[in-house]
Design a protein around this ligand. Structure first.
Ligand code: SF4
Ligand code: SF4
Length: 441
C-alpha cells in the first residue's frame, strides 16, 4: 500500500485485492445442515434464549429476545430442531451462548409476502417497532440495533442521512455487488430510513472505484425523481469510517467521544439499509447476509449470500475449499477484521467477509525497535502520532496519551500496517483506550 492524499489526511491506497471478487455476482450458499446462532452478535446485551433443546423452529422464528435497548432479537436462520444451547466464542474474548439448530423440515418462513408492503403512511414509531422485531442491526460491523440508532431524541432534527457504500477495506466487495444488484431496494431502504429519522437530505456515498454502482444509483435517482444526491467518495482506506465519511461529505469533524447525531447526521451502511428495506417491505428478519469470501488460499473467491450461523468452514467448502492451510483466517476486512482459529466459528449479522490469507498476505514479523521513519504518522487519517501515543501507553502514562488525542483514534489499523518494525501500534492503542474507559470509536 502507498499513502494516498485524497483522504485529505493520511490513509492508504490498498493493493487492488478487490479484483478477486469484484466481478463475482452474489450467489446463494447451500443451506447448512447445522447453524450455530450466537445470541450475542450485536452491540448491547446478549439476547435471551426463548427456545429450549428439542424445540422445533421455523425459519425466521424468534429464538432470542433482546434484553435492553441496545440489544437485538435473534431469529432462526433455518427450520429444524434445537439440538443444543451452548457457549461459543464469536469474537475473540467474547463468548456467547449459541442456539444450535439442525436443519429439518420445510421452508415456510412466517408471512413471506410476495409484494412489498406500503410503508409511506406508517408512523416512525411503528416502523421502528418493525425493525426491532426483525432484529436489524448495523451490519458493517458495529451491530448497533437500527431501531435504537434511528430513534431520534426529542428536539433533535436530523439534517442528513448518509448511506455508506464506500467499502474501502481491501478484499471486500460484497457491498459493491449489493449496490450493483439491488440498487432499487437500497434506494427504497434509504427512503424508509430517511422517513423514520426525518432526514432532510440523503446522500448515497459510493467509493470512487465503483463507477458502475455510482452510475446505477444516479440513473435510478433520476428516473424516480428522488431528491437524493449520489456522491463518489475517496477510495482510500479508511474512507468508509463513518466519522471520516462525514468529514469528507459534510466538511465537519465529529469530536472525540461524540456521535454523528451530535452533528445531526446519521450514517448507515448499504447492508443495513438493505436489511431495513427487507424488514419493512417484507417483514423479513435478519437471517442471512452477503459475505465476501476471499484471500489467496480460497479456491473460488466469491460473494455469497449465507445464513447467519453457518460455520466458516462450511462456507469456505462452498467456495471450493482451501488451496492450503491459511496463514491467517480473518472475519471482516484485513484491516479491521479479527483473526479466528476455529473453522466452526459462525457467520453473524456483522460478518462482512471471510478471508483465508496466505503468508504473503499477512504482515507478520518480529517486533524490532522503532526506526523513527514517521510512516505511522503520515498514514494516520486523524492526524495522531501513533508512535508517540504507544510510547506513552507503554511507559504507563495514560493521562499523557489521553491529552495527545488517544480518544480520537479510529482503530483503523493503518499505522500497524505500514510500520516496518512490526510494532503492534493499533493493538496497543485499542487496549489503551479500553483500559482507560474508552469504548469502540
Ligand atoms: S489506528 Fe488510530 S492511530 Fe493508527 S492510524 Fe488509525 S486512527 Fe491513527
Ligand atoms: S512506523 Fe513504526 S518504525 Fe516508523 S516511526 Fe512509526 S513506530 Fe516507528
Amino acid at each position: 500500500m502507498i499513502p494516498l492524499p485524497t483522504l485529505s489526511r493520511g490513509g492508504l491506497l490498498p493493493d487492488d485485492r478487490k479484483t478477486l471478487t469484484r466481478g463475482s455476482a452474489i450467489w446463494n450458499a447451500a443451506l447448512p445442515t447445522q447453524c450455530v446462532v450466537p445470541l450475542h452478535q450485536h452491540a448491547g446485551a446478549a439476547a435471551e434464549a426463548v427456545v429450549a433443546v428439542g424445540d422445533r423452529v421455523r425459519e425466521g422464528m424468534l429464538i432470542g429476545r433482546a434484553v435492553g435497548r441496545n440489544s437485538a432479537h435473534v431469529h432462526a436462520p433455518i427450520p429444524g430442531v434445537v439440538t443444543a444451547i451452548r457457549s461459543g466464542e464469536v469474537y475473540p474474548g467474547r463468548p456467547s451462548a449459541c442456539v444450535v439448530i439442525d436443519l429439518e423440515g420445510e421452508f415456510d418462513r412466517l408471512g413471506k409476502p410476495l409484494a412489498p408492503a406500503e410503508w409511506q403512511q406508517r408512523s416512525a414509531r411503528d416502523l421502528l417497532r418493525n425493525l426491532r422485531e426483525c432484529g436489524v442491526v448495523g451490519m458493517a460491523g458495529g451491530g448497533i440495533p437500527a431501531d435504537n440508532k434511528y430513534t431520534i431524541p426529542r428536539g433533535v432534527e436530523i439534517e442528513h442521512l448518509i448511506v455508506n457504500g464506500a467499502e474501502s477495506e481491501p478484499y471486500l466487495t460484497a457491498t459493491h455487488r449489493l449496490m450493483l444488484e439491488k440498487p432499487a431496494e437500497i434506494l427504497e431502504g434509504a427512503r424508509i430510513a430517511a422517513h423514520i429519522v426525518g432526514a432532510r437530505r440523503v446522500t448515497i456515498a459510493v467509493g470512487r472505484d465503483k463507477r458502475d454502482a455510482v452510475a446505477a444509483f444516479r440513473r435510478l435517482v433520476r428516473e424516480r425523481g428522488l431528491p437524493f444526491s449520489v456522491r463518489a467518495v475517496s477510495l482510500a482506506y479508511p474512507a468508509g469510517d463513518e466519522k471520516l465519511l462525514i468529514r469528507e461529505l459534510v466538511g465537519r469533524e465529529v469530536p472525540a467521544g461524540r456521535l454523528p447525531i451530535d452533528l445531526r447526521v446519521i450514517v448507515s451502511s448499504v447492508a443495513t439499509i438493505h436489511a431495513v428495506y427487507e424488514a419493512i417491505a417484507f417483514g423479513k428478519p435478519v437471517v442471512e447476509r452477503v459475505v465476501t469470501v476471499a484471500g489467496s488460499m480460497v479456491r473460488t473467491p466469491s460473494n455469497v449470500k449465507v445464513r447467519i450461523g453457518t460455520p466458516v468452514g462450511a462456507l469456505l467448502a462452498e467456495c471450493g475449499g482451501l488451496i492450503d492451510t491459511p496463514a491467517r483466517l480473518v472475519l471482516g476486512g484485513p484491516m479491521m477484521g479479527y483473526t479466528v482459529a476455529d473453522m466452526a466459528t459462525p457467520i453473524t449479522k456483522t460478518t462482512t467477509g471471510v478471508l483465508a490469507l496466505g503468508t504473503d498476505e499477512v504482515n507478520d514479523g518480529e517486533r524490532t525497535p522503532c526506526i523513527g521513519c514517521g510512516r505511522c504518522i503520515r498514514v494516520c487519517p486523524v492526524g495522531l502520532e501513533p508512535v508517540t501515543l504507544v510510547k506513552m501507553l507503554e511507559r504507563d502514562r495514560p493521562g499523557d496519551a489521553a491529552a495527545a488525542g488517544l480518544a480520537d483514534c479510529r482503530e483503523c489499523g493503518c499505522c500497524s500496517y505500514v510500520c516496518p518494525s512490526h510494532i503492534p501500534l493499533t493493538e496497543t492503542l485499542v487496549q489503551g483506550r479500553r483500559r482507560n474507559g474508552g469504548g469502540a470509536p
